[in-house]
Design a protein around this ligand. Structure first.
Ligand SMILES: Cc1cc2nc3c(=O)[nH]c(=O)nc-3n(C[C@H](O)[C@H](O)[C@H](O)COP(=O)(O)OP(=O)(O)OC[C@H]3O[C@@H](n4cnc5c(N)ncnc54)[C@H](O)[C@@H]3O)c2cc1C
Length: 105
């Protein structure tokens, strides 16, 4: 099938260092990173969109706890980060094992 394919496409696959935070600040303004902006996992890991949706859903819950139930905003966001950042680290760690560099030789 590969040899019969006339036109091939290729995209670079890059590993990144795991992000240490999802919560940032630009000056006084809080900034939240999630999805691929936080950390694009390798395509063959098949988790990028799942992570982003899961993180966004969790963020909506954290913000709702603040808005509707009076939870402290910083505490709600810190809890959200603590819950979702480890899954990103796990996926980034798995990527090179699923397709190590020697697999493309
Ligand atoms: C080949 C391949 C296979 C994949 N397979 C899977 C899979 O099986 N399962 C899975 O869960 N994930 C998979 N993924 C990963 C998934 O596609 C991404 O993780 C997901 O789309 C990331 O969503 P996002 O919203 O964070 O970013 P994006 O989908 O990249 O969305 C960002 C949006 O922001 C827009 N934008 C950029 N700059 C600006 C700007 N300055 N102003 C306004 N808008 C801007 C862009 O146009 C884009 O629409 C795969 C990815 C690839 C490449």
């Amino acid at each position: 099938m590969i040899s019969a394919t006339g036109e091939w496409n290729a995209a670079p696959v890059l590993d990144i260092d795991p992000p240490q935070r999802m919560l940032h600040a630009v000056g006084e303004t809080p900034v939240i990173l999630l999805g691929d902006t936080l950390a694009p996992v390798l395509p063959h890991t098949g988790r990028g969109a799942n992570h982003g949706i899961h993180q966004a859903h969790g963020l909506a819950i954290a913000l709702s706890q603040h808005l509707h139930h009076g939870a402290d905003l910083d505490a709600a966001l810190a809890g959200w980060q603590e819950r979702f950042l480890p899954a990103v680290h796990h996926a980034l760690h798995l990527g090179p094992y699923l397709a190590p560099p020697w697999a493309s030789d």
